[in-house]
Write a protein that binds this ligand. Sequence first.
Ligand code: ASP
Ligand code: MG
Length: 408
Amino acid sequence: MSKSNIIVQKYGGSSVANPKRIAAVAKRIVGYHKKGHDVVVVVSALGDTTDELLKLVRKITRTPSEREIDMLISTGEQISVALLAMAIHRLGYEAKSFTGAQVGIITDSTHTKARIIKINTSTIKRQLAQKNIAIVAGFQGVDVSKEITTLGRGGSDLTAVALAKALKARSCEIYTDVEGIYTADPRIEPKARKLDNVCYDEMLEMASLGAQVLQTRCVELAKRFNIPIVVKSSFTNKGGTMISPEVKAMEKVVVRAVTLNKNEVKITMRDLPDRPGVAAKIFQEIADQGINVDMIVQNISRTGYTDLSFTAAKDNLSKTLRVGRAVSAEIGGGDVIADKDVARLSIVGVGMKSHSGIAAGMFEALADNKINIEMISTSEISISCVIKKKYAVRAVRALHKKFKLDKV
Ligand code: ASP
Ligand code: MG
């Protein structure tokens, strides 16, 4: 990255959850401004605002228009940017808040999960030239017909990384309510340790496997353009976690973190005819509905019929069941059932590429704890098991111990 003086800082919902916290964030921002940085701030909606707005939607209709969802949930960030600007004014400094549209964040038209196409940086640059602090609403943009779009849940992270790239910022800092990326969720495993460095690939796996600190798409973007991200707490002054290309010291450590994802369901399609083309048809129809499936397991059939299980996001459950049942009826299959009582447990580490026996170690730790494994999947740098939700906490702790993650 070139040596501009611009730093992009993103503050998450919990960092601006109430007026006191907004005031504290304002003070922090002014501190960087006083040191001579050109500060561009991205903010999420206050606390759980987005969830609350989506709850309201469900009270009105079960089939909302996605355009109107974006119209609604983009308001959350518009509130927080304005309040933060006021809090900065109160400290005697110049700041101006902007919506995504105002700063030229142009996206495609995929409502609720739009992709950023380009950013016109002139508005922000003009602010910075006047020594103003620029505050940008996260999570939102506008398509070429001026329709408001949002970038998917957690999308303010993406706004921050995209702005860091467009502005050639010298750093991109994501402020949150934890001190960085941990070896496990510290609320589950008190012995979890904060990691100083994580490489993009590990972070990508961790984000998609359930570590909720960063949005997956923002890590993809950071990796593609080689933009280092620092994740740190907005409540302390500690160093945080640096996310960057691979770091040498990591090679020694095989397993870096244990993650848990409770937002998936297991869908089983029973008695499907065992013939070529069945899986292709099922997953094509599911994909056509924009549903992402994850682990897939199919048993060998003895009778000409087979069971097929896969995991999908809980949010898509009714849609997935609807499609699954329609396809099953069409091809002469049986029941389609959902198991919501599952959790996906994963271990992640780039060192796995060159080590063997890691999977066996994971299964052994689960067996020692009498935890049954329902599904397994692996990538080059992760291993995941689906287990019953009630064993999730015990399983995380068992793996944390097994792979000695509490030790440096
Ligand atoms: N407020 C949005 C959400 O809760 C975006 C964000 O927080 O990054 O998903
Ligand atoms: Mg949020």
